[in-house]
Write a protein that binds this ligand. Structure first.
Ligand code: C2O
Ligand code: CU
Length: 515
């Protein structure tokens, strides 16, 4: 018997007809006990075979998701240098199709997305489709699922988009995300339940490119000085002090960005979101920042949170919510009459991003507007419950991995289980298993932990049901909790902190399917 695999004792369920992703997830709770025993009785139990991105199992999982005759949605994305206007300041950066954020990519669930990437950057790049349970070889993980696309090169991503929701895309090479390379990916639900009259994507970002130090300079300073900079010097932040955030359990970050953007615009030139009084506006919020969590509120309104990381939750109404790097939340607001500040405060930092929701004439809110809702009732992760349509079936885990997050602001290394990515020990799983990850933060900074290719369910122990399905979750300093997932998407998947500078300093490992 394998030491790490318990028999599951459930009958295998063999799908007989094309199904939705959700049905697939449920159906894929097949027993793998036989497989596991087979692997254990082989001659080399310590060298199990890795299910690589071009393994047959990857194609099979995709074939299972793909409906015959599924429409193909084509998009062309060119990554290239561009000059943008930040409230009158002309700044050169890198972006997709000449704009920050990049274009909205909008397939329907069940369609095949065919995205041609043209790399006109001076560096190799890839595109990662953050949050999408896609085929492994289209995941954009350089050196793991594909070689990076060289300057001047092209690559076509093609995959079935299984689940509706708010996702996004960005490069997965170096510090490119801290430039303007990101865009929203909205997957429409053919059976959209509605409950809103209009919608607006809200993409948040921390900005330094062309204004403050370059991302490379920031990284070098973090590395050279072990993260502890002279107070307020060179765009770097001190530890704790007045900036500490109770919500994040400590500092908001180590970099004090010169600007924060909402849909590519600074507070001095905020975007206007037009609507009519009484309309229900669905906000689809994406945090595309490299190093900043945001606290979001709309002056004069409450936010009814309906989705976390694209997937539905039982609705919760709050005044404000904190969105970590890589996270998404959808919230519906019923609009009053006037011009209201949509504020995204850089949590635990100085500065904010701003938009204006306008349903009537009247003065534009000030760039520094601080609506009282920011200090009102805040969304707590522990109160979110997955909508029953997306909850995982109750089941004991077949396998548990501890994921210890450590490192320090005095140290240039950030690690998972004591190791940086270059010598990480992969977290092994087998297809069909229920896998539990125990996320344990043993450092003094928060980490938004992101898993590729899957969404997990946060394990909350109350009678009110299980926690939200997510693909990115904030783990606060010294906090520990479990997330469960169904290993139903074979391949090699990155698991990392979505603080770009932590990821680059080693806080990344692999969730590795083995046979
Ligand atoms: Cu949004 Cu591996 O990332
Ligand atoms: Cu981190």
């Amino acid at each position: 018997m394998c030491p790490d695999v318990q028999p599951i004792g459930e009958p295998a369920i063999v799908p007989t007809a094309p199904r939705s992703r959700r049905q697939f997830l449920v159906a894929a709770t097949v027993t793998t006990a036989g497989l596991a025993v087979g692997a254990c009785t082989s001659k080399q139990p310590s060298h199990p075979r890795v299910v690589g991105p071009s393994a047959g199992a990857v194609g099979q999982a995709e074939a299972y998701r793909r409906r015959p005759g599924a429409p193909i949605r084509e998009v062309a994305l060119t990554a290239a240098p561009v000059t943008i206007d930040l409230a009158g300041r002309m700044v050169t950066t890198w972006a997709y199709n000449g704009s920050v954020p990049g274009p909205v990519v909008r397939p329907r669930a069940g369609e095949v997305l065919r995205a041609r990437l043209d790399n006109r950057l001076p560096e190799p790049t890839t595109i990662h489709w953050h949050g999408v349970a896609l085929r492994n070889d289209m995941d954009g993980a350089p050196g793991m699922t594909q070689p990076p696309v060289r300057p001047g090169g092209r690559f076509t991503y093609e995959f079935t988009v299984p689940d509706p929701g708010t996702y996004w895309f960005h490069p997965h090479v170096g510090l490119q995300l801290d430039r303007g390379l990101y865009g929203p990916l909205l997957v429409d639900d053919p059976a959209e339940p509605g409950g809103y009259d209009r919608e607006q994507v809200v993409v948040l970002d921390d900005w330094t490119d062309g204004i403050g130090p370059s991302p490379e300079q920031l990284q070098a300073r973090l590395a050279a000085q072990g993260g502890m900079m002279g107070q307020g010097n060179m765009g770097m932040m001190g530890q704790g002090g007045p900036d500490a955030s109770p919500v994040l359990g400590g500092v908001g970050g180590q970099i004090d960005y010169p600007l924060y953007l909402l849909n590519g615009r600074p507070p001095a030139d905020p975007p206007t979101i037009p609507a009519r009084p009484g309309q229900r506006l669905r906000l689809r919020v994406v945090n595309a920042a490299a190093e900043t969590a945001f606290r979001l509120a709309l002056g004069g309104h409450r936010l009814t949170v309906t989705h976390s990381d694209g997937l539905p939750v039982a609705a919760v109404t709050v005044d404000a919510l904190v969105v970590g790097m890589g996270e998404r939340y959808d919230a519906v607001v019923t609009l009053g009459d006037g011009a209201f500040p949509l504020v995204a405060l850089a949590e635990g930092k100085r500065g904010q991003a701003l938009g204006v929701v306008r349903t009537a004439g009247g003065a534009r809110p000030a760039a520094a507007a601080r609506p009282g809702e920011l200090d009102g009732r805040l969304l707590d992760l522990g109160e979110l419950r997955a909508d029953p349509r997306v909850g995982l079936p109750a089941r004991r885990p077949d396998r548990t991995h501890r994921v210890v997050l450590s490192g320090g602001m005095m140290d240039a290394r950030w690690t998972i289980n004591g190791r940086t990515f270059d010598d990480a020990i992969p977290l092994e799983v087998r297809e069909g298993e229920r896998v539990r990850l125990v996320l344990a933060n043993q450092s003094m900074m928060f980490h938004p932990v992101h898993l590729h290719g899957h969404s997990f369910q946060v394990q909350v122990q109350t009678q009110a049901g299980a926690g939200p399905r997510k693909d990115t979750v904030i783990v606060r300093p010294m906090e520990q909790f479990a997330v469960d997932l169904l290993a139903a998407n074979p391949g090699q998947w990155m698991l990392h902190c979505h603080n770009l500078y932590h990821q680059q300093a080693g806080m990344m490992t692999t969730l590795s399917y083995i046979r």
